[in-house]
Design a protein around this ligand. Structure first.
Ligand SMILES: [Zn+2]
Length: 271
């Protein structure tokens, strides 16, 4: 069974791992808010550059997290995430883009894919869904930022499709991890979210529980999981952390639980 578990590194950083990635030897982690140097409201391991936190503290936090996961900070590639569905194929020429400075990050990009073993990929979250990919056959990794807009745009499926088209990945070979994010316990939405979702997702009533007039509790984990199943990923290869960032606000940053002023957790993965 695929599980998500927390680990404390030698340098005191707590981060989450997916057991199937771990056993496949893939360096990866979902950071928590524990072990960094930032002060309230970014306390303490804020990895988001564009949050209002001091850049030098975010750089220190990112270095701490990279050291914990065992990747080279200088080679990390990050993006300016805009809740759309643009996916970047990351190459050696991109090494280090966005790791020190938000302005240098890949523009308007919400998913990253690479087959380069020297390039760690990093995306940032505070309630949106981190979706991590590893194809152990073609040796390709990916990471996607799936808030409700990205989920409606099927960014997880499009990331998988990019791995297929550019690197010959097969859906049935790919391992997927769906990380901590706002859960169906806390993610109340209105028809501004449900209407676009149901236009492209016929089982929408299975993933949205009615919660008052024109209000629903939406399960973004399950939408992303089902989208990937429909596109050939095996159920046994998908791990869902089932950890709600709002319920576990002492461990994870939550945009909703903290009224929008908060830090970001990171999803980091490297071949
Ligand atoms: Zn919750």
């Amino acid at each position: 069974m695929n599980e998500f578990f927390l680990k404390k590194s030698k340098n005191n950083i707590w981060y989450g791992l997916f057991s199937h990635f771990y056993h496949a030897g893939i360096r990866h982690g979902i950071s928590t808010r524990l072990g960094g140097v930032s002060s309230l409201p970014y306390m303490t391991l804020n990895l988001g550059m564009h949050t209002g936190d001091y850049p030098v503290k975010v750089q220190t936090n990112r270095q701490l997290f990279c050291n914990a996961v065992g990747v080279n900070y200088r080679s990390v590639v990050s993006a300016q995430q805009v809740h759309k569905d643009t996916i970047a194929i990351v190459t050696q020429a991109d090494a280090g883009k966005g790791v020190d400075c938000y302005a240098d990050a890949l523009c308007e990009t919400d998913a990253l894919v690479t087959a380069n073993p020297d390039i760690p990929l990093l995306l940032l979250y505070a309630d949106c869904v981190p979706v991590l990919f590893f194809d152990p056959v073609q040796r390709v990794i990916g990471v996607a930022h799936a808030g409700w807009k990205g989920t409606v745009a099927q960014i997880a499926v499009k990331t998988l499709t990019t791995m297929q088209e550019c690197f010959g990945s097969r859906s049935a070979d790919c391992l997927v991890g769906i990380g901590p994010s706002i859960g169906p316990c806390c993610y109340e939405v209105d028809d501004g979210v449900i209407n676009p979702l149901r236009a492209g997702f016929h089982d929408w009533e299975d993933v949205a529980a009615i919660h008052g007039e024109r209000r629903w509790m939406l399960n973004l984990w399950e939408v992303n999981r089902r989208q990937l199943l429909e596109n050939g990923v095996l159920a046994a290869n998908i791990a869902v952390a089932e950890v709600c960032t709002s319920c576990n606000n002492e461990l994870f940053f939550s945009y909703r639980a903290e009224g929008g002023c908060t830090g970001r957790i990171g999803a980091l993965i490297s071949l």
